[in-house]
Design a protein around this ligand. Sequence first.
Ligand SMILES: C[S@@+](CC[C@H](N)C(=O)[O-])C[C@H]1O[C@@H](n2cnc3c(N)ncnc32)[C@H](O)[C@@H]1O
Length: 440
Amino acid sequence: MPQLAPALGSPGTGDAVGIHVRFRDWIGERCIPTIGTNAGSPALPFQRWRRSKEAFAPEIVERALCETPGVVRHIVDPFGGSGTTALAAQFLGIKPTTIEVNPFLADLIEAKIAPLDFDAATTAFRCVVERVARGCAPDAPLFSGAPATFVEPGRDGRYIFSRAVASRLLAYRSAIDLLQDPVCRRLFRVVLASAAIPASNVVVSGKGRRYRQGWRERERDPGVVDELFRAGVLEALHDLRRFASRRCLDYVLLRGDARTLAADIGAQDLAVFSPPYPNSFDYTDVYNVELWALGYLRDGAGNTRLRHATLRSHVQLLRDFAGHEVGSPSLASTVDALQQVRSQLWNPHIPEMIGAYAEDLSVVLGHLRRRMRSRGRAYIVVGDSRYAGVDVPVAKILAELAEPLDYRLIALEPSRSMRSSPQQGGRHELGEMLVVLERR
Ligand SMILES: C[S@@+](CC[C@H](N)C(=O)[O-])C[C@H]1O[C@@H](n2cnc3c(N)ncnc32)[C@H](O)[C@@H]1O
């Protein structure tokens, strides 16, 4: 029977843990080159559960809190991702509201910010491991509804999981589903999801999914799922236990599309977020393996629904990109310039996608404006893009479209440089910018 004792030492043991665990205790004394996203952060507690390339550094939340005039009690992030804003807010003693459309990421966020009963978690872990060891897996088809490439024999001789690994993942999934406690169920599901890629024959990067080198010769043994699950649970319980007494344990998590859900949030003092960039990075694709392997997606229709609920920041899914009256001169000239070079674009819908992207951001900013108190602020990290030599100055467009929504521009500053898309040769030229707005 695997032991969890090292992870479950009493709170207050270990370094720098007290009644009021402060933000610095969490982020440590690491050196942070920028406050931009993907800044090469080391393995932070919580963030290490599932490394996320697009997560921004938590210090941006602290800075926003210090700079915002008046008292800040409520903070919102309409594009939650891995939950950096929500978690940082809890450390800083502020109640977070987070929206996230991707159900795996929404679970990942909630697993980090929801209080956990550690005794119940220990018992639940034993229960799951015992059920799997007894071979109590259901006689169900492996990942039914998932694309054929998921499980051996796959398609054209290629597959993401061997049958043995897929059955072991399914055995854990079924054992977890039988748990009574919804908080434990969610935490273990997230840990198992985070084991899916390391247990598979593929790796995933910003450029998509590819097979590991020599994957056929070095195919994963199902025992790797046992090891990854145990190590993941230990790590998660360690972090949750160590920081269990952070200053705020309250939160609101809304699962779904920020373009509609942001209309219904409570009053806010501050927003800190980073939306998807208009760079053809498709978040549904990036998390596809977790979504199918853990049963977040069960059929093609569910996949299509999820993709339609995401921001119109990419062209992989052909959708309605029409209409973009958001009052930004830079947007108008950019769309015009892109239309002139349409024949050179790798996808002809890119000009309209850029317009639709700006419109989506405008809708979310409009909702936030209605919920934000006077002199409340929004700190937004965005990335510029370039298509066929045409720059898409996202930060400038954002600042311009915010003006008629009654925001004042406080700052527009470079955050770090970013590689342009592979289609542009991947040079380090594009800017990642921080835009600071204040509600009039
Ligand atoms: C750049 S990431 C946010 C990263 C986050 N700041 C962090 O530190 O982890 C953008 C997130 O927006 C989510 N997203 C995309 N479209 C959305 C929508 N319509 N509503 C809510 N979330 C959405 C994506 O799933 C992704 O997790």
